[in-house]
Write a protein that binds this ligand. Sequence first.
Ligand code: CP
Length: 310
Amino acid sequence: MSFKGMDIVSIRDLSREQIDQVLDLAERMIPYAKGELFTKAMDGRILANLFFEPSTRTRMSFESAMLRLGGKTLEMSHPSMMSIAKGETLADTIRMVETYSDVIVLRHPHEGSARLAAKFSTKPVINAGDGAGQHPTQTLLDLFTIRRQFGRIDGIKVALVGDLKYGRTVHSLAEALTLFGAEVTFVAPPPLQMPRETVRQVEKMGGKPKLTSKLEEVIKEADVLYVTRIQKERFPDPAEYQKVAGCYRIDNTLLREAKGDLIVMHPLPRVDEIAPEVDGTRHAKYFEQAFNGVPVRMALLQLVLGGDQL
Ligand code: CP
């Protein structure tokens, strides 16, 4: 199935077969991502990283992925130094950047911005997070992490915990997990529960999501705790944030109740929702999950740009 020239704006743009294709190729990319093997598959190709919101993992892992493939990257300066600060539109910025590069990776605070960018670009656009909307490459690396751990996704019990309203990674992940036959439970305080639209979509896909605010109801049964940060920057009212700040904290006392092979995942950055004491336990998967962003993004770039076969 050809990906060449495709925009990756939403996880819904990809079929189950296409997702499997990315994950299978990502497996083969691991020794290249670790620097144990070398390739020039993307020699002469340029990736433009346009990040209008802070990022460590997504921006740097895309850069690492392109460099590991033998390509080059263009990194934008701070938005205050770009012509957007003089009033240039995102559409015009994209029209320029597509002439300087072969693929555009965009993170932007406004939902729908990646779809708009894709409309104005003849080169592939990859959504690296649009407001509280989608973050499809995070979903791919999350699926990859679960599949590597358990050898399958089907039947795995995943509890999505924390800010399910504003946390964009969980919206696309809930749908993708359902597509692969995982069982999802949404654990959040009522004001931060999963949006109705996502719950309905999961149900439409044949899933039977459970909703609760109590972590203790899921801790004994879960295979995966997917923990998210409360997205302080997306709360319209700071007083509302204060009401839910610090509502869940994963620590070793809680994990004593869990299955021995439960894994704790987190898209990162974390604030205080996972105690540092968890980092050294067999449950902690979040740093490996962050590394998995490199082979998964290498695979996606290879497929979207149609690079030489490895
Ligand atoms: N997971 C994730 O999107 O992290 P960054 O915000 O650091 O890119």
